[in-house]
Write a protein that binds this ligand. Structure first.
Ligand code: ZN
Length: 465
């Protein structure tokens, strides 16, 4: 009797297997109302599905195709949501969320020299960096950023929190000429950066980098040494450049060159350079950036808030310069919402060129995804939803009043969506947030710790205000 049952079960499972001969086991399948792939032909599937196994995307296709081919351990069904590549923030200073709203309505050099550098001198510590980065990571996960490029101090603390939160990061240890919290001299900072690179160079989520702050905060020797260190280990170099007219004047007075031409003349620019801002560039500078393969991180909100200017985004796009979007630090924005960055990139370009066709919604979305991946030198791994790439994706709700009706998903993502509309965030195939419940960080603790530390920041800067 027993063997008859066993034979019957065996026969039925063989029949099942025959009906679905090649159903491959995968860890996760995500099904959405629309899947925006951001591949080279801008493929969109409505509805669509993404099969993920472990850290990688296995296939993107129609829900019917995916369910016929794959047996998922877990499935996320989101018939009212859009699935797209996780957003890539190509320029920020994560722990500066601790200085959010501390000093507003100032020009860059005033803001830096009178408020931010003094506040940092009194308050930057491994603890502030840790607490601040947790807060920033929470904000990024909740607003759909899956990869970010950072420049700050105690970058090893930032790297540890990034891994703990499950985010991907290109993280640059700052090199600056004057004494700062984690280094007394540029030589100290370079030694620190080298130790940092060695510690994290084989990490699956973190790409360590060298981050000379800017040409006006480093001398030529330090800039060259920074570039040499980055080349020695084959890691990115992150730098602010051509951000303001003041910087153009400094470069002109000291070196008789534009900021871009000066950095090129000392041999620090290359395909591993991630240059933030690039607002004040000439046509010749743009040609240099294209030739050297420099990636430019455009920060429209920071540039507007500090009245730095409008980067020539349409010229960069026409020249084929690698171009991504950034929020910059939260002290000059004042948040890390990449949906806002997309919207403002589009609006600012239209205003600056008096051309409403400048930086279309699709251009802005490209900059926040695959464009950002190119800037970070990671376009083979992230930036689009394609088989073989890492599974970094987000699910965005489209059911709010302000999102109704929806004729064009890309238009909605850029022109009406907010970070708060992100429901689910996945990095490396791991679900960091599901239906707005963050799994890798304790939300209440992160916010309480930040508020507690803010009291210390307030006390430290009180005499200066
Ligand atoms: Zn910056």
């Amino acid at each position: 009797m027993k063997s008859v049952v066993a034979v019957a079960i065996l026969a039925s499972s063989i029949a099942l297997a025959a009906a679905q001969p090649s159903r491959r086991a995968v860890s996760l399948v995500v099904v959405g109302r629309t899947v925006i792939t951001e591949d080279a032909s801008h493929t969109m599937l409505s509805p669509g599905a993404v099969a993920i196994n472990g850290t990688d995307i296995v296939e993107v296709g129609s829900p019917a195709t995916i369910s016929a081919k794959y047996q998922a351990a877990q499935t996320i069904e989101a018939p009212d949501q859009i699935v797209l590549p996780g957003l890539i923030n190509t320029h920020t200073h994560a722990p500066m969320v601790m200085y959010r709203g501390l000093a507003d309505d100032l020009a860059l050099l005033d803001w830096l020299q009178k408020y931010i550098f003094p506040a940092e001198a009194k308050t930057v510590s491994p603890e502030l960096v840790r607490v601040g980065t947790r807060l920033a990571a929470l904000e990024m996960i909740e607003s759909g950023t899956t990869t970010y490029c950072d420049m700050y101090y105690f970058e090893e603390e930032i790297a540890r929190v990034t891994v703990e939160a499950g985010l991907r990061g290109v993280l640059g240890e700052t090199i600056i000429q004057f004494p700062v919290a984690d280094a007394k001299t540029p030589a100290d900072a370079l030694a620190r950066a080298e130790r940092f690179i060695k510690e994290f160079k084989d990490n699956g989520l973190v790409v360590p980098a060298v981050a000379p702050h800017a040409l006006y905060t480093n001398d030529t020797a330090t800039l060259k040494a920074s570039a040499e260190l980055a080349r020695k280990y084959g890691v990115p170099m992150v730098i602010h450049f051509a951000e303001t007219e003041d910087e153009v004047k400094i470069a002109s007075d000291q070196y008789h060159l534009t900021p871009t031409a000066y950095l090129d003349s000392i041999g620090v620019l290359g395909p591993n350079t991630i240059g933030a801002h690039g607002v004040w560039v000439t046509d010749a500078d743009i040609a240099i950036l294209k030739r050297d393969g420099v990636g430019v991180a455009h920060n429209p909100e920071s540039n507007m808030k500090l009245a730095s200017g409008a980067a020539p985004v349409t010229k960069y796009l026409a020249a084929g310069v690698k171009l991504g979007l950034g929020t910059d630090g939260a002290a000059s924005n004042n948040d890390l919402d990449m949906f806002e960055a997309m919207r403002q990139a589009s609006f600012l370009a239209k205003l600056a060129t008096h051309d409403p066709t400048a930086v279309k919604a699709q251009d802005a979305l490209d900059m926040a995804t695959i464009g950002g991946a190119r800037v970070l030198g990671m376009e083979k791994r992230i930036g689009s939803l394609e088989a073989g790439k890492r599974a970094d994706l987000i699910l965005v709700s489209m059911s709010a009043a302000r999102q109704t009706p929806m004729y064009d998903p890309v238009s909605h993502l850029v022109y009406v969506t907010r970070g708060d509309d992100v429901r689910t965030t996945i990095v490396d195939g791991r679900i960091l947030m599901k239906d707005r419940q963050v799994r890798t960080l304790n939300r209440a603790t992160v916010i309480a710790d930040a508020n507690q530390l803010a009291a210390k920041v307030r006390a430290a800067i009180a005499p200066a205000r």
